[in-house]
Write a protein that binds this ligand. Structure first.
Ligand code: DQA
Length: 147
């Protein structure tokens, strides 16, 4: 089993740091990736950061992770609230997937309370900003086999 964690990020997360910083914070997605890569060393894991605004690309990356990754950190962003395609592909993965949201969905607009991702992942973390990504990585390190 490869010791690779695929960290898959959905629409408009490429604008982290510029986008509504009062909600999503000041760190860019690259900053979060650098933080994850540093933390991953302690677990002999490698993190591959990916971001796309396209739903189909996220489906393709999850299909790829199914074969080539040991675990997934997924922030599907707005597609969390709409995407049956992501729900369906997640049902095919046997590796652990941890869902992350920077903001606390439960404290936001009503439409964010619909979530097609949460029922088909190992666990979800929301509202802790970039720390949520680090906690997801630590959780995955306990869940995946240690070669
Ligand atoms: C988000 C929350 C989603 O509701 C929103 O559409 C995003 C970001 C978060 O990380 O808090 O784009 O996933």
């Amino acid at each position: 089993m490869p010791r690779v964690i695929s960290c898959i990020n959905g629409p408009t997360l490429n604008l982290l740091g510029e986008r509504e910083p009062e909600i999503y914070g000041a760190m860019s997605l690259k900053d979060i990736g650098d933080l994850l890569s540093e933390e991953a060393k302690a677990f002999a894991l490698t993190v591959e950061m990916k971001q796309s605004n396209s739903e189909g690309q996220l489906v393709d990356w999850l299909q790829d992770a199914r074969k080539n990754a040991a675990g997934v950190i997924l922030n599907a962003a707005a597609y969390s609230h709409t995407s049956i395609a992501l729900h369906d592909v997640l049902r095919t993965l046997d590796i652990p997937v941890i869902e992350v949201h920077l903001s606390n969905l439960a404290a936001r607009e009503e439409f964010r309370s619909t979530n097609y991702i949460s029922p088909v992942v190992k666990g979800s973390i929301a509202g802790l900003g970039p720390t949520g990504y680090v906690l997801a990585l630590k959780a995955l390190a306990t869940l995946i086999p240690s070669n």
